[in-house]
Design a protein around this ligand. Sequence first.
Ligand SMILES: Cc1cc2nc3c(=O)[nH]c(=O)nc-3n(C[C@H](O)[C@H](O)[C@H](O)COP(=O)(O)O)c2cc1C
Length: 212
Amino acid sequence: MSNLDFIYKRHSVRKFKNDAVPMEDIKEIIKAATYAPSGKNKQNWHFVVIKSKEKIEGMANIIEKKNSELASYTQDKDMAQAFTKYVKYHTVFRNAPIVILLYAGPYPATGLDLLKAKGASNDEIHDLLKASPGIQNIGAAMENLLLASANMGYGCCWMTGPNYARKELEEYIGFQKEGYFLAAITPLGVPEESELKSPPRKSVDEVMTIIE
Ligand SMILES: Cc1cc2nc3c(=O)[nH]c(=O)nc-3n(C[C@H](O)[C@H](O)[C@H](O)COP(=O)(O)O)c2cc1C
């Protein structure tokens, strides 16, 4: 048994049992998420916990509707089909007892004000923001949430696929906090399958470069 078992036992879970998740477990999982590091300790995250089956189904319906609306904007049948066939992966939270929405709040990228003061081009500004520290904070929190859940016997699935329906989902959920927007979603519940699997990984040699 390696000390890293808690890493390797996390898998994306897309099917759930009906079992309820006690509120104290949800709170413990979210507490673990908040122990993620964040730039300047800004903790620019907010977790919205959806317990209503009806709301969860409503979210899935909104995504399906937006998916077919977007697909209707092209005459290219292959492009439309390539998009619509993945809608099931954008609604995998549908049968979960709990859905957690992770909202991202403002996080000013270091140096942005000065770039703007210099009259930097959009390209220069985009180049600074493409490694957005604000979103990296959210990613760290989400990973903690996933690892904590798996360690407590629950399953999750980090989801950004539904983000094309962000505005509609935000309006439907009705959560508002100045400068915050919906960044990612995860279902939370007891996995239906007992043997969980993940797709294969690239080898360490492929993804690592050593500079001596
Ligand atoms: C940023 C991000 C977005 C993802 N979005 C989705 C999604 O919308 N739907 C989905 O079914 N899985 C989604 N996933 C899960 C990935 O497909 C999954 O992590 C990957 O295939 C590796 O499998 P594993 O999580 O079991 O190790 C997402 C994962 C990440 C990190």
